[in-house]
Design a protein around this ligand. Structure first.
Ligand code: NAD
Length: 260
């Protein structure tokens, strides 16, 4: 379905990004993985995807908080693949604390990784997409791009920013065969969510079990976590030609959360 296309998925050594990278490789796209983690485990994932789907799979350890490393990653993918057709901005971190206690360095890191990195990857990948008159940019935002929750000031600000960047880029690129969309997941049980359960328990003065039932799943009318596979399937669809009229959207995949 996507054979002949090449993709970068930022933050794809874990969780949602890894699921999206798997989905794109299974559809025949070459993929550049990115993110942090154990080098042996990352190499095993890289080999598994390349051999399992007969596509080129590369890895960049570029830090999404560093615009020079981002530029190196995009240039490396363009050299190795001959172009970046699909850009999935997924890398993200979370930190939960009341605003008056929110560490300034956490605010700066969340804005850099969750928002500014998507500006840098987009500005650098767009010239090649324009030349080929085809491109797909998918920003993994969040239900928190549409609504807020307490104690997540930096994350909610960055994700609302991603929704704005998505709309602006979609308008600028609409006549070039390039679509730009934001996917807005509700809660998915990945390391990012597992880590915030004790932080939420501390900020709210409740138990970790209460965080799961009364905070996380309370927001989701389906009362179940969204899965990585559900998100990968949507991203795959957005990358097909059938989705060429879908652009500038913020698509909720949140079990009904933002219908409240
Ligand atoms: P995760 O922690 O499992 O994965 C995050 C990935 O980003 C990892 O590969 C990590 O190495 C990478 N990463 C972190 N900092 C990086 C940096 N500075 N440079 C490069 N890579 C970096 O998290 P996840 O839950 O899979 O989250 C992925 C995206 O989905 C994030 O943008 C997150 O905000 C969003 N999201 C997650 C949920 C959820 O419930 N899990 C819900 C909505 C949106």
């Amino acid at each position: 379905m996507l054979s002949g296309k090449s993709a970068i998925v930022t933050g794809s050594t874990s969780g949602i990004g890894l699921g999206i990278a798997r989905g794109l490789a299974a559809s025949g796209a070459n993929v550049m993985l990115n993110g942090f983690g154990d080098s042996g485990e990352i190499e095993a994932i890289r080999e598994d995807l390349a051999n399992g789907h007969n596509v080129k799979v590369l890895y960049s350890g570029a830090n999404m908080a560093d615009e020079n490393e981002i530029a190196g990653m995009i240039a490396g993918a363009e050299d190795a693949f001959g172009g970046v057709d699909i850009l999935v901005n997924n890398a993200g971190i979370q930190y939960v604390a009341p605003i008056e206690e929110f560490p300034v360095e956490k605010w700066n890191a969340i804005l850099a990784i969750n928002l500014s990195s998507a500006f840098h990857t987009t500005r650098l990948a767009v010239p090649g997409m324009k030349k080929r008159s085809w491109g797909r940019i998918v920003n993994i935002a969040s239900a928190h791009a549409l609504v807020a929750s307490p104690f997540k000031s930096a994350y909610v600000a960055a994700k609302h920013g991603i929704a704005g960047l998505t709309k602006t880029a979609a308008l600028e690129l609409a006549e070039h065969g390039i679509t730009v969309n934001a996917v807005c997941p509700g809660y998915v049980m990945t390391p990012l969510v597992e880590k915030q359960i004790p932080e939420q328990a501390k900020a709210r003065g409740i138990t970790e079990q209460q965080v799961i039932s009364d905070v996380l799943l309370a927001a989701q009318p389906t009362k179940r976590f969204v899965t990585v596979e559900e998100l990968a399937a949507l991203v795959n669809f957005l990358c097909t030609d059938h989705a060429r009229s879908i652009t500038g959207t913020a698509l909720p995949v949140d079990g009904g959360w933002t219908a409240h």
